[in-house]
Every structure is written in C-alpha cells, then in structure tokens.
Write a protein that binds this ligand. Structure first.
Ligand code: PEP
Ligand code: MN
Length: 350
C-alpha cells in the first residue's frame, strides 16, 4: 500500500507508479479514504526491488507492507481510518439500524410505505426491502422487479436511504440505475467471487454502501473478511460485515447464532459490523435478545426484519418480522446498551 505525501497523486505520478508495478505483474488501485487517497498494490507486492523503486520516488511518503490475506480490510491497513457513512450515521459513532420487510409485496405497496414510515419512527436510519429473493424452493415467490419502484418511493417518502439484495449483475445494474443506496450481498452469494468482483467494479466510483452477509457455510473468519476484500479492492471501501447465523442451525433457532464473532472480526479488520439477528435466530420473539447480544459484543449496527403487520408479510416476515412497537423498544434498549459499552451517557431519542 502506497501512502503519498499529498492528498492525491497527479495523473503523471499515477502513470509512473502503474508502469513500475506492472513490471512486477501487480496492479495499482486507488482507494478513496476519508483522509486521503491511498494506492494499493494488488498482486504479489513482496518484491524488494519494486518496493525500493517506489520508496525512492519524491512524492511517496512510505510503502506499507502488511502480510495479510486481506491487506485492505486488515486492521493495520491505512484504510482503518476510513469511516463508512449512511443515513446520517457514521458507523462506530452511533448505532446504525436497518429495518424493513424481508420481501416487498408488489401487489400491496402501501404495506411497505407504512412499514417504512414506522421503522423511521422507531429509530431506524435505513429502510430494507427485498426486491429479488433467494428462495430455497424454486416455486416460492422469487421477488419482482416492480418492487424496485416501491422501494425507491419509500425512500422518497421517508427521506431515508434504502437497502436491497442483488443476486446477479442484472439486479446490480437495475438497483444502481434506480439509486439504491445500500446493496446487500446475501448469505448464498457471499462466496460468489464473480458477483463480488462485479459489485466492486460497478460501485468503484460511487458512494454506495455494501452490506456483506456471512455465508451459511463460511468457516474461518478470514474467509469472510477476504470476501469483503474482493469488493473493496476495486476502490470503494464502504463495506459492512454482517453476521447472520451459520449452518448447521442450533435446534430451535433457524441458524447457529454468530453475533459473538463480532469480537473476532474487530480484532482482524477495521470494517464496521452490522449483525442481522432476524435470520440468525429466525423467530420474532427471539430477535430482541439477539439484537442486544450483538450490541453487547460490540456490533456497530443491526439489520432487522420488521413489518407493520407480519401476518400479511411475505418471505420470512410472518415468522421473523418485528412489529413497529417491538422494533421501537428493541432500538431504544440497543441504543442504551451501545452507549453503555462506550462509557458515554445514553442519548436516547427513539
Ligand atoms: C434477507 O435479508 O432477507 C436474506 C435473504 O438474507 P440472507 O442472505 O442472510 O439469507
Ligand atoms: Mn429474509
């Protein structure tokens, strides 16, 4: 990773560096951080000759050599000073809450508009809504592109940014064209490296935020962080790591709750952690406790399924979605706990 002396390098300087690193089969990738732009050397960056040549350039402050499978996502990376921002929240400074339907019902937009208003009232800063859905059963409702308009209308009405899962490159283009603010990469696609790359490339020049779920089958923590590196290595460092329960499920819970890995993720990576308690425990009555556990473990945010009337919901909503009243209580308690963990006086507005 190259740290320049100035905030940003000139075109001529970038071209000189590109020539040097390509001689050693590496690629130069600018990453626009909060403080300054840094330049990652992607590839095998261990060649001493290459490092010496770069360090000899007058406009280079230093070259950081982190031996890590994820040099950008690593806690020791210079990207560690990067702050991810969405919905008026700077991650790490305030608890982020993403809430809304598992699945938007394209035939009943008003339900989603009512939920969006209700989650805002409850204290959420981002509205979630599934447009396209990964379903185990091929004959279950798979989502509908029409719901994209409903999602964006909910954003207009509430003034909040919105989050939706994209499962392929067509969804990706449609979501970005529509102006979706946060792209969710689902548990089933968290190891789909071509999709991770495609998303990284498409959002490189945008301020889109990515919510990367942990795959059901991800073993080592490094595998999760390395998946995030795929996206970030194209230049947009706005990524959130989202534990959401893993397989095999714990008898009685939908999955094996994994909010406790927040501590391990934070030891290895600077990336904010946003836990999804809904898919983890899979039952509305268990979600508040799992949300608080996540905050106790140090989560920076929560992604919670909520619905004004879960009985009328689709997908996971009848089982998992919180009502606005329970969501509001959960957010209030989660904010208090978040403040306690940081040793500051709770400021509770919701
Ligand atoms: C969802 O958020 O509704 C969803 C399908 O999540 P996951 O990818 O974690 O299963
Ligand atoms: Mn769901």
């Amino acid at each position: 990773m190259i740290l320049p002396k100035s905030h940003r390098l000139t075109v001529a300087q970038i071209s000189e560096l590109t020539d040097i690193v390509s001689e050693f089969d590496c690629r130069l990738q600018p990453i626009i951080g909060a403080v300054r732009t840094i330049y990652a050397i992607l590839g095998d960056e261990r060649d001493e000759l290459m490092i010496n040549r770069i360090e000899g350039l007058s406009y280079v402050d230093r070259v950081d050599r982190i031996q890590s499978p994820f040099k950008l996502m690593d806690r020791r990376s210079d990207l560690a000073s990067h702050e991810v921002k969405i919905g008026g929240v700077t991650l790490g400074r305030k608890l982020l809450v993403i809430a809304g339907h598992c699945t938007i019902d394209p035939k009943n937009p008003n339900l989603f508009y009512e939920t969006a208003a209700a989650v805002k009232e409850a204290g959420a800063q981002v509205v979630r809504g599934g447009v396209w859905k990964p379903r185990t059963n091929p004959y279950s409702f798979q989502g509908d592109s029409k719901s994209l308009d409903i999602l964006m209308e909910a954003s207009n009405r509430t003034g909040l940014p919105v989050d939706a899962e994209v499962m392929d490159e067509e969804h990706l283009r449609m979501a970005l064209d529509a102006g979706v603010h946060m792209l969710q990469i689902g548990a089933r696609n968290a190891l789909n490296y071509s999709l991770l790359r495609a998303i990284g490339k498409e959002i490189a020049e945008r301020d889109t935020v990515v919510l990367l779920k942990r795959s059901l089958h991800m073993g080592p923590i490094n595998e999760f962080i390395a998946a995030a590196e795929y996206v970030v290595s194209f230049g947009n460092p706005n990524i959130l790591l989202c534990p959401r329960g893993t397989a095999p499920g714990l008898d009685g819970y939908r999955n094996h709750p994994d909010e406790s890995i927040t501590l391990l993720l934070k030891e290895k990576s600077w990336a904010p952690v946003v836990v999804d308690p809904s898919h983890s425990v899979g039952r509305a009555t268990y979600v508040p406790a799992c949300s608080l556990a996540a905050v106790a473990y140090g989560a920076d945010g929560l992604c919670i399924e909520a619905h004004v009337d879960p009985t009328k919901g689709m997908g996971d909503d009848p089982k998992q979605a919180l009502t606005p009243e329970v969501l509001s209580d959960t957010i209030r308690q989660a904010k208090q706990l978040w403040a306690m963990r940081r040793g500051v006086t709770p400021v509770v507005t919701a």
